[in-house]
Write a protein that binds this ligand. Structure first.
Ligand code: BGC
Length: 748
C-alpha cells in the first residue's frame, strides 16, 4: 500500500472504514469530505456507456432497467469476438473510454468474460466465446483500450457465471481442472495482460461458496497467483455476508449496502471475527483506485456521435459472419429485391438487461439496402411477421404478402432473429419462432434466390439451412448494423468475421444439454473441459457450423508451416510461421488460427485447442507469413494432483488453418518436460505404475527372471495394487513391498 494511502486509512474511524466498503447509491462510491476522499462513478457497459437518467422503463418493455442518456451502441461481445481482431477491439475500447470521459464516468462495467457453456444462457450475447484464449485476448484488448483513456474497467463476472437461471444463488460445481483450463484461463489472460482496475465478483456460488466471499478465488488465485492490483467489486446485490466478503478479499459492495453491511463489518471487527487489518487492506486498495480515478479525471469533452457511429459501422463490418453462399452474394446493383421481415425495419442490435444502451442513432437495414441497390433497383418490403412478438405464431396474411413479393423478385432477403435475449433469464430452446420458420420456408420455396440475414446473440437451429442460398449471421451488431448488413450483402466490404462459438445442429447435440441449468440449486458442469469445439471434436459430432468458421468473397490457401525447432524443453518458446495466400480476385481478411494437439497424454485431452490467432489483410495474389510464439502453457494441462500446470514429455502437433474444422497445415514437435511428476509409491500403487518407472521396471524385470514376461502382463495384473499382487500371487511379501517402495521413493 502506498504511504499516503496507509496514512489516510489510519486516520479513518472504524465506522468510516466500514461505510466506504459499500456504495453511496446505485453507481457511486461513498465520499468522505472530512478526509478529502472523493466519490467515484461507475456505469454499465460493456458495448456502450449506459449512464442512467433516473427514470425507469416499464416492465412490459422487457427487463426493467433505468433509462439512460444516448450513447453509441457498438456490437455486443458475442459479435465483437467474431472479428478476431485485437486492434479493432482496442479501438472500440478507446472510443468507449472517450464516451466515459464525456459522461463523467470513471469506471465502465465490462467486459463480460464468462464462457459460453450452453447456447441457452440468456446473457451469451454479452460474452465473447466458448474458448478461453479467444475470450481472454478479446477482453485484454478491450480493457487496454478503455484504460488507455484514463477510465477503469470491470472484468466480470468472476467466475463461473455461465447461466442466468437462478444466477444469484446457484452453485457452479466442477472439477479443479475444468475450472482452471476453461472457466478461469480467460480471466487469467485478461488480468495478466491488461490489469483491469476492477474485477466484478459473480452472483453465484463456486463449489459451495459465494464467489463474493470466496477467498480462494478473490485472494489466492486472483491476487496472489495472477498479480491483480485493483479492487474486487461485487456484482450488484451479490454480497451474502459482508464481513465474510471482506475477509475473502472483496473491497467494494455495490450498490449501497446501507446500515446492515456497515454494522456487520463493525460487529465482526469488534468481536474479532474479522481482523481490522483485513478491513484496512480492503479500504486501502479501494482508496488507491478512487484516487487513481480522481487523478485521471479529465475535463468533460463531448464526442462526435457521427464519428463514433462510423466507428460502430467499421467494427460491425468486421464482425458479421457469412455462413453460407451458393454464389448469390455479393448482390449487384439494380435488379428486383424483396426484403422480408419486420427486423429489416426494426433491427435487433443488442440484448436486454443492464447492458442495454439508448443508441444515438439506428441505421435501418431496409433503407441501407435501398441505398446500396441504387436508383435502378426495385426494392419491396413485407413484414412477414410482427416485430412485437417476433412471429410467435405464423400469420398467414403476412406470409402470403411476403411470398407474393418474393416470387416477383430476383432475390429475397429474409431478416430473422431471436425476439428476446436478455440478462435475467435463459432461453428454453434454440429455435426461431414458428412464424419466422414458416416464413423462411414459404419464401425459400417461392423465391428464385433466398438470402437469410440473422440477428441474434446466440446460435439458432436452422432446419432450413439447405433450402436457402446464403446466410449472413449479422449477430447483435449495434446501431450501425443496418449499414454493415448492406456493406456485406453488396460487397462494399468482403466478410471477414469468423464464429467465436460452435453452431450446433440441434440443442440436444450441445455439451451441457443433459445438465443445464442444473437442479436443487446446483449446476454441475459434468461435461468438464469438453466445452464448445473441444466437445464436438472429441465426440466426432459434426456441428452445423464449426468454431472459427466464416466465408469471404475471396479465397485463401494455406501454403506452409515452419517451426524454429522440433525438439525442445518445456521452458523454451516455440516460434511458428504460417503462410497464407489470397487466391481469389479481391482483397480480403483472413483469421489464421493455430491449434495444438497433444498426440498422447496420460489424461483425456481435447482433440486440439486454440493457442494463437491473427487476422491479416491480403490483396489478390498476396501471400503473408504470420508468426506465432508458443510458450509452455500452450502445451500444458492442469494437473489436479499437483494443483499446477504440467507439460508431459512427448509429441505435439501444431495445426493451422481457417477454422477449427479446417486445419490443412501440420507440424510435429517433441516437447520435453523438465518437471517430470514425482510419483509417490505406496503398497496401493499398481503394478502398472511401478512398471512405468524405469527403476521399478528394472527391479521387476530382475525379479521375474524367466518366470514370466513383464511385457505381456494382462491388464488385470497391471491394475493390481502391490498389496494384492502379494496376496493373490505370492510374488512379494509386505516387507519386500515396503523395501521396494522406499527404494523407489528415495531421491534419485
Ligand atoms: C449485472 C452486472 C451489471 C450490474 C449493474 C448486474 O445485474 O449482472 O453485469 O454491471 O447489474 O447494472
Amino acid at each position: 500500500m502506498q504511504e499516503n494511502i496507509r496514512d489516510l486509512v489510519s486516520k479513518m474511524t472504524l465506522e468510516e472504514k466500514a461505510s466506504i466498503c459499500s456504495g453511496a447509491d446505485s453507481w457511486r462510491t461513498l465520499p468522505i469530505e472530512r478526509l478529502g476522499i472523493p466519490t467515484m462513478r461507475m456505469s454499465d457497459g460493456p458495448h456502450g456507456v449506459r449512464k442512467e437518467t433516473g427514470e425507469t422503463t416499464k416492465p412490459e418493455d422487457g427487463f426493467p432497467t433505468d433509462r439512460s442518456y444516448p450513447s453509441t451502441c457498438y456490437p455486443t461481445a458475442s459479435s465483437l469476438a467474431c472479428s478476431w481482431d485485437r486492434d479493432l477491439v482496442t479501438q472500440l475500447g478507446k472510443a468507449l473510454g472517450q464516451e466515459c470521459v464525456a459522461a463523467d464516468v470513471s469506471i465502465l462495467l465490462g467486459p463480460g468474460m464468462n464462457i459460453k457453456r450452453s447456447p441457452l444462457c440468456g446473457r451469451n450475447f454479452e460474452y465473447f466465446s466458448e474458448d478461453p484464449l479467444l475470450a481472454g485476448e478479446m477482453g485484454a484488448a478491450y480493457i487496454n483500450g478503455v484504460q488507455s483513456e484514463g477510465i477503469g474497467t470491470s472484468l466480470k463476472h468472476f467466475a463461473t457465471n455461465s447461466q442466468e437461471t437462478n444466477r444469484m444463488t446457484t452453485d457452479s460445481v466442477m472439477d479443479e481442472r475444468t475450472l482452471r483450463e476453461i472457466y478461469l484461463a480467460n480471466f487469467e489472460t485478461a488480468v495478466k495482460k491488461a490489469q483491469p482496475w476492477t474485477v466484478m465478483s459473480a452472483y453465484n456460488m463456486l463449489s459451495g461458496t459465494y464467489c463474493s466471499e470466496n477467498g480462494s478465488l478473490l485472494t489466492d488465485i486472483l491476487r496472489k497467483e495472477w498479480g491483480f492490483e485493483g479492487i474486487v467489486v461485487s456484482d450488484w446485490g451479490a454480497v451474502n455476508e459482508m464481513d465474510d466478503s471482506i475477509a475473502a478479499g472483496l473491497d467494494l459492495e455495490m450498490p449501497a449496502g446501507g446500515e446492515d453491511s456497515k454494522n456487520k463489518i463493525i460487529a465482526a471487527v469488534t468481536s474479532g471475527k474479522l481482523s481490522e487489518q483485513a478491513l484496512d487492506e480492503a479500504v486501502g486498495r479501494l482508496l488507491q483506485i478512487v484516487f487513481k480515478a480522481a487523478q485521471s479525471r479529465k475535463e468533460k469533452k463531448p464526442v462526435d456521435p457521427q464519428e463514433h457511429h462510423e466507428l460502430a459501422r467499421r467494427i460491425a463490418d468486421e464482425c458479421m459472419v457469412l455462413l453460407k453462399n451458393d454464389g448469390v452474394l455479393p448482390l449487384g446493383k439494380g435488379g428486383k429485391l424483396a426484403v422480408v421481415g419486420a427486423y429489416a425495419k426494426e433491427p435487433k442490435i443488442q440484448g436486454g438487461g443492464s447492458s442495454q444502451v439508448t443508441p444515438t442513432a439506428v441505421s435501418i437495414p431496409l433503407d441501407e439496402i435501398r441505398k446500396a441497390a441504387g436508383t435502378g433497383a426495385q426494392v419491396t418490403w413485407s413484414a412477414g411477421y410482427s416485430a412485437g412478438d417476433g412471429g410467435a405464431e405464423p400469420e398467414e396474411a403476412l406470409i402470403s404478402q411476403a411470398v407474393a413479393a418474393a416470387s416477383a423478385a430476383d432475390t429475397a432477403i429474409v431478416f430473422a432473429g431471436v425476439p428476446i435475449e436478455s440478462e435475467g433469464w435463459d432461453r428454453d430452446n434454440m429455435r426461431l419462432p414458428e412464424g419466422q420458420l414458416a416464413l423462411i420456408d414459404a419464401v425459400a420455396h417461392a423465391a428464385k434466390k433466398t438470402v437469410v440475414v440473422l440477428m441474434n446473440g446466440s446460435p439458432v437451429e436452422m432446419p432450413w439451412v439447405d433450402r436457402v442460398d446464403a446466410i449472413l449471421e449479422s449477430g447483435l451488431c449495434g446501431q450501425a448494423a443496418g449499414e454493415a448488413v448492406a456493406d456485406l450483402l453488396f460487397g462494399t466490404v468482403s466478410p471477414s468475421g469468423k464464429l467465436a462459438e460452435t453452431y450446433p445442429v440441434k440443442l440436444s447435440d450441445t455439451p451441457a444439454f443433459l445438465n443445464y441449468p442444473g437442479m436443487c440449486g446446483r449446476a454441475e458442469y459434468r461435461e468438464g473441459i469438453f466445452v464448445g469445439y473441444r466437445y464436438y471434436d472429441k465426440k466426432q459430432l459434426k456441428p452445423l457450423f464449426p468454431f472459427g468458421y466464416g466465408l469471404s468473397y475471396t479465397t485463401f490457401a494455406y501454403t506452409g508451416i515452419e517451426t524454429d525447432r522440433s525438439d525442445f524443453g518445456e521452458n523454451e518458446a516455440l516460434k511458428v510461421r504460417v503462410k497464407v495466400r489470397n487466391t481469389g480476385s479481391r482483397a480480403g481478411k483472413e483469421t489464421v488460427q493455430l491449434y495444438v494437439r497433444d498426440v498422447q497424454s496420460s489424461v483425456p485431452r481435447p482433440d486440439k485447442e486454440l493457442k494463437g490467432f491473427a487476422k491479416v489483410l491480403l490483396q489478390p495474389g498476396e501471400e503473408k507469413a504470420v508468426e506465432f510464439t508458443l510458450s509452455r502453457r500452450a502445451f500444458a494441462f492442469y494437473d489436479e494432483q499437483i494443483h499446477d500446470w504440467r507439460v508431459e514429455t512427448g509429441e505435439f502437433e501444431i495445426l493451422a488453418g481457417g477454422s477449427s474444422a479446417d486445419t490443412p497445415l501440420k507440424a510435429a514437435v517433441t516437447v520435453h518436460s523438465t518437471h517430470e511428476k514425482k510419483v509417490v509409491f505406496t503398497r496401493n500403487s499398481t503394478a502398472g505404475e511401478l512398471l512405468a518407472d524405469p527403476l521399478g521396471a528394472q527391479i521387476i524385470r530382475q525379479m521375474a527372471g524367466d518366470a514370466f514376461s513383464i511385457d505381456e502382463l494382462p491388464a488385470y495384473v497391471l491394475q493390481m495394487p502391490l498389496r494384492s499382487v502379494h496376496m493373490q500371487m505370492r510374488e512379494m511379501n509386505e516387507e519386500q513391498i515396503a523395501r521396494l517402495t522406499a527404494l523407489l521413493n528415495a531421491e534419485r
